[in-house]
Design a protein around this ligand. Structure first.
Ligand code: SAJ
Length: 416
């Protein structure tokens, strides 16, 4: 069997669930991460990220010895790279992608690569990154042949198979979603397909590496553009005094219309990032994709201005902010427009802000250091005169509507 040992490089939101699911199919998995604490946590059968049911799967595969974590690469049949692809940090970087984590992963696995190995890039990547990865591997291992030179006959097979799982549903979607398999040659695609068929129930569809890269960026850009359309509609409807939620419900009754939901902005580390990779590679052409990003990034400022106007109606405004997470029913506050809005209100000097987030136990430092305290939903609804719904958590949707009756309400998620 060609896949006795699979090594997953990067044990984060994608790498750890992928490693655990492959291990649960009876394959020996070596997880590699540069963060020693993450490696220790995993080897203790625990997890360092939040994802429903992942702890159960990890505990089970670590206990049976099928998953082991380490900080150093070791020989394996397959190397799956699932490291971050953020923006460059420099002020003038202009949203250009930072591929340094992929380059480091290439340098890490190159010394242990052997003839017959398959290298898969899972990280969401700009078009051309898989070829770059193969180039970095080739410079480190001139004794081996790679598909950019030898095609199907290369010693090492290289493919891009972008992850497409939704945070909060990762374990289910890892298995049920279709996979796009972009090999650098057809032999690369074939071998990668054989691997995915061991744990994916969805279809494995073969294409080129470049098309696979663009497919992933396209999926997230499509969602971003559709949300930008909804966000723009919400601003237009405010001006025209129309209820945007009713409007979208009505328009979506048309058999060929399906508008997504407006909100306080687009958060998370995927949809707000990936469209920029297209803009960066084709700045002249990607006009609508760029505009969508700008519209969605502007929405939190629009909401803050709405709140300031509402607060102006009171001598002593008490503002309840319902939700800090980047979307419903998760505890993930990273790149959250809701959190940014609350931080902005604190910066603007509002003295009485009540932050409600039922999915966390303590506020992030950016808020706690200002003296803000986490408030219960009931307390906030009692004390506030302005209520801002920032996240459509189930607890908020289930709240008795009469509690909002005497308040000024800004409902960015349309739950009331
Ligand atoms: N949002 C809206 N209105 C909507 C839908 C979402 O404002 O109608 C906002 C959410 O509140 C959130 C942001 O968009 O702030 C992103 O949330 P999301 O649920 O749309 O997506 P993510 O970032 O959690 O996961 C996406 C998924 N991509 C698509 O659905 C096309 C997932 O499948 C990808 O694997 C993931 O990005 C990724 O890792 O790239």
């Amino acid at each position: 069997m060609p896949f006795q040992t699979v090594s997953v490089i990067g044990l984060g939101y994608i790498g750890l669930p992928t490693a655990a699911v492959i291990a649960s199919r009876g394959i020996d998995v070596i997880g590699v991460d540069v963060v020693k604490e993450a490696v220790e946590t995993i080897n203790a059968g625990k997890i360092h990220i939040v994802e429903p049911d992942l702890d159960i799967v990890v505990r089970s595969v670590v206990t049976t010895g099928k998953l082991r974590a380490t900080t150093q690469a070791e020989p394996a049949d397959v190397f799956m790279v699932a490291v971050p692809t953020p923006f460059k940090q420099a002020a003038d970087a202009n949203h250009s992608p930072d591929l340094s984590y992929i380059e480091s992963a290439a340098k890490m696995i190159a010394p242990v690569l052997a003839k017959g190995n398959l290298v898969i890039l899972e990280s969401t990547s700009p078009v051309g990154t898989t070829e770059k990865l193969a180039g970095w591997l080739k410079s480190a291992r001139p004794d081996l042949s790679f598909p950019q030179d030898k095609g199907d006959l290369a010693d090492i097979k290289v493919a891009h198979c972008p992850e497409r799982v939704l945070p909060g549903h990762v374990l289910q979607e890892l298995v049920s979603n279709d996979r796009v398999i972009g090999g650098m040659s057809s032999a690369c695609s074939q071998l990668a397909t054989q691997l995915y068929q061991k744990f994916v129930r969805g279809e494995c569809i073969v294409t080129s590496a470049r098309t696979a890269e663009m497919a992933k960026l396209t999926e997230n850009s499509f969602r971003d553009v559709n949300i930008a359309f909804a966000n723009e509609l919400s601003v237009i409807c405010d001006k025209l005094k129309i209820n945007v939620w009713e409007l979208i419900r009505l328009a979506n009754r048309h058999p060929r219309v399906n508008i997504l939901n407006p909100g306080p902005g687009v958060g998370g580390h995927c949809i707000a990032v990936d469209p920029w990779f297209i803009v960066d590679s084709c700045p002249e052409e990607a006009k609508m994709i760029k505009q969508a990003r700008l519209i969605n990034d502007d929405k939190p400022h629009y909401v803050v201005n709405q709140i300031i106007r509402a607060a102006d109606e009171f001598k002593r405004p008490v503002i309840a902010c319902l939700g800090l997470a980047f979307k419903a029913d998760i505890d993930d506050l990273r790149e959250s427009p809701a959190l940014n809005i609350v931080e902005d209100l604190v910066d603007k000097g509002f003295a009485e802000i009540l932050a409600v987030e039922p999915n966390i136990k303590k506020l992030p430092e950016s808020l706690s250091k200002t003296g803000l305290q986490l408030t219960s939903l009931d307390d906030a609804l009692d004390k506030a005169n302005v209520i801002v719904v920032l996240v459509d958590h189930k607890q908020f949707k289930a709240t008795d509507r009469t509690k909002f009756a005497t308040k000024v309400v800004i409902d960015t998620r349309g739950i009331i």
